[in-house]
Design a protein around this ligand. Structure first.
Ligand code: PMP
Length: 412
């Protein structure tokens, strides 16, 4: 039993009635990108077909309408993540750009030779590489909070890793490859006790948790629109206003300036200081529609259903003899990653694909996680509230077939 009308919800996502190779589509690649409800798709079409214009500069009707729709989204995001001011919301392309922005501005200004930046063992490449680039440039050192065999951060190591040299902490809220929900509030508490600011990578968590940046006390928080029912190419960086105000700009160009002469340029106020050029107007507006969609959902019921899907899939998949789960944290989101003894994850993924089942295989942009578990990659099924137990049954049935077909000893 679903705690809400799942058929109605599914009917709101056009793609869920599509077929792949003539078979009903089973979409289990939600951690890579979520599907979009029709209202979000319609918002894009509506913008381009009825009020497409550049914003903030035009005196004409279309520009004013587009500007109002665009500006309203900042307020929606503010409420969605409980920021204190809409000025704390910066529109970016996604989590990757948000982290690069912080590394290039806050990081370049505040991190120097011999300083330490602390990340965790389960970061996505986008929360590793920008910091490595900064370390290379500044002669700073990247430190890592280790994890255990279950894929949980070893919190007992944290106090010793937060030293007088630590100038920044950047951690993932929910791991995309393991599903672990990290105790970010506690990490922030400990870092703040030593005066160290913290960025939380919310790329996965924003789709599965109710985000409250004030309650977390995060200094920076990032998310991507495409993982929360919105379009690609848009995401948000939240930053505490006093930090954003003290940061130098990121990209130079129009919109981010207050005045320009050949002698001197002065910068616009936050958030515009960080939004050079024509923004992604259509996608920002459609992100606002995605947030409206979240707001009319019963988030508690959605969470309960995702938990039920996770428990159901975990039980069935772990019962398959050749399967080893990767990521068995106590506190997990609806992501299940596993390897199959004697079967290449890619081969199994391709077999499932022929049955219309979309899963992800590989390192999921978390190569250090794969190195830790000494595996080349996993097969990952990630669920969203619009998924069903019948779809999981289909995954399990076809996985069993894939193993029978692909395991070497079953060939004879
Ligand atoms: N962090 C995590 C935990 C992710 O899952 C992802 C996307 N897979 C990213 C960062 C990067 O997000 P994007 O590609 O939307 O910038």
């Amino acid at each position: 039993m679903t705690p809400f009308n799942i058929n109605k919800i599914r009917s709101e996502f056009p793609i869920l009635s599509e077929k792949a190779y003539g078979k009903p589509l089973v979409y289990f690649d939600n951690a890579a990108s979520s599907q979009k409800p029709k209202v979000v798709i319609d918002a894009l079409v509506d913008y381009y077909s009825s009020y497409n214009a550049n914003i903030h500069r035009g005196v004409h009707f279309l520009s004013q309408k587009a500007s109002a729709a665009f500006d309203a989204v900042r307020e929606k995001v503010k409420t969605f993540i409980n920021a204190t001011s809409e000025r704390e919301i910066i529109f970016v392309r996604g989590t990757t750009e948000a982290i690069n922005l912080v590394a290039s501005t806050y990081g370049r200004k505040n991190i120097g030779q011999g300083d330490e930046i602390l990340i965790s063992a389960m970061e996505h490449h986008s929360n590793i590489v920008p910091w490595q680039m900064l370390c290379e440039e500044k002669g700073a050192v990247l430190k890592v909070i280790p994890m255990n065999e279950k894929g949980e951060l070893m919190m007992n190591e944290l106090p010793a890793l937060l030293t007088e040299k630590t100038k920044f902490v950047s951690v993932v809220h929910i791991s995309n490859s393991l599903g672990t929900i990290n105790p970010v509030k506690e990490i922030i508490r400990q870092a703040h006790a030593k005066g160290i600011p913290v960025l939380v990578d919310g790329a996965q968590s924003t789709a599965h948790e109710i985000i409250d940046v004030q309650d977390l006390d995060a200094d920076f928080f990032t998310f991507s629109g495409h993982k929360i029912l919105g379009p690609t190419g848009v995401g948000c960086l939240y930053g505490k206003l006093h930090l954003l105000e003290a940061m130098p700009p990121y990209h130079g160009g129009g919109e981010m300036i207050s005045s320009v002469s050949f002698e001197k340029t002065t910068y616009n106020e936050v958030p515009f200081k960080f939004e050079a050029g024509t923004p992604n107007i259509a996608d920002v507006i459609a992100l606002g529609t995605a947030i409206d969609y979240w707001n009319q959902l019963d988030r508690q019921a959605v969470s309960a259903w995702e938990k039920e899907l996770l428990n159901y899939a975990t039980k069935l998949i772990s019962e398959i003899p050749a399967v080893r789960l990767i990521g068995t944290a106590e506190n997990k989101a609806s992501v299940i990653s596993f390897v199959i003894e004697g079967v290449n994850a890619l081969d199994a993924g391709m077999f499932l694909d022929t049955k219309g089942i979309a899963v992800r295989t590989g390192h999921h942009c978390t190569e250090p996680v794969m190195q830790f578990f000494k595996i080349p990659g996993t097969l990952r099924a990630s669920f969203m509230f619009y998924n069903t137990k019948e779809e999981i049954d289909s995954l399990v049935e076809n996985l069993t077939k894939a193993i029978a077909l692909l395991q070497p000893h079953s060939v004879a």
